[in-house]
Design a protein around this ligand. Structure first.
Ligand code: SF4
Length: 169
């Protein structure tokens, strides 16, 4: 994605007030935890449950949300970069969904700009596939068991295709 498009999408996100950062709890790989620790977060910001995730503050907003925006924007977790696309893994399939318009201002913009939609979808797919390959299977199952926002399905592929080359999956 070119810089101008990235900045345009970021501007739209900045205006929304962080709806997708409210009780977001993005899942974290070992790699992402290390990156976040190198960029100002601490282990107190990470919740270690059935899967590892960024914690929320008492307000419900993500610990990364500060002064109306993400303070780790350049290194944020994969599911944050993928938005407004989200995913699920069930029955041997990876399914990609798009949030409903009313839950994210980016959705209407992307639907009205097919080239940008395509760019963001490709970025989301890359991030999601990396996450699916990197999370331990039990953590992936735990994350996919969490109820998500209202969505529409936009793509589906066999999990076996996503995991090609992953030795122990
Ligand atoms: S890491 Fe950033 S983008 Fe992701 S939920 Fe937290 S504040 Fe929002």
């Amino acid at each position: 994605m070119n810089q101008a498009t990235y900045e345009l999408l970021t501007t739209i996100c900045d205006r929304c007030g962080g709806r997708c950062c409210y009780y977001a709890r993005p899942p974290l790989t070992e790699e992402r935890i290390s990156i976040l620790l190198e960029n100002g977060m601490t282990l107190d910001d990470v919740l270690f449950r059935d899967h590892r995730m960024l914690d929320c503050k008492s307000t419900g907003f993500c610990v990364g949300f500060s002064e109306g925006r993400c303070r780790v924007q350049h290194v944020k977790p994969e599911t944050c970069s993928a938005g407004p696309f989200i995913f699920d893994v069930r029955d041997g399939c990876l399914r990609i969904y798009l949030r409903k318009d009313r839950t994210c201002d980016l959705v209407a913009f992307l639907k009205g700009n097919p080239a940008v939609y395509h760019e963001q979808f490709e970025l989301a797919l890359e991030k999601i596939q990396h996450l699916v390959r990197s999370l331990p299977r039990e953590e992936l199952t735990s994350f996919c068991g969490v109820e998500g926002p209202e969505t529409e399905k936009v793509a589906e592929m066999p999990l076996s295709e996503v995991l090609i080359g992953c030795a122990d999956r």
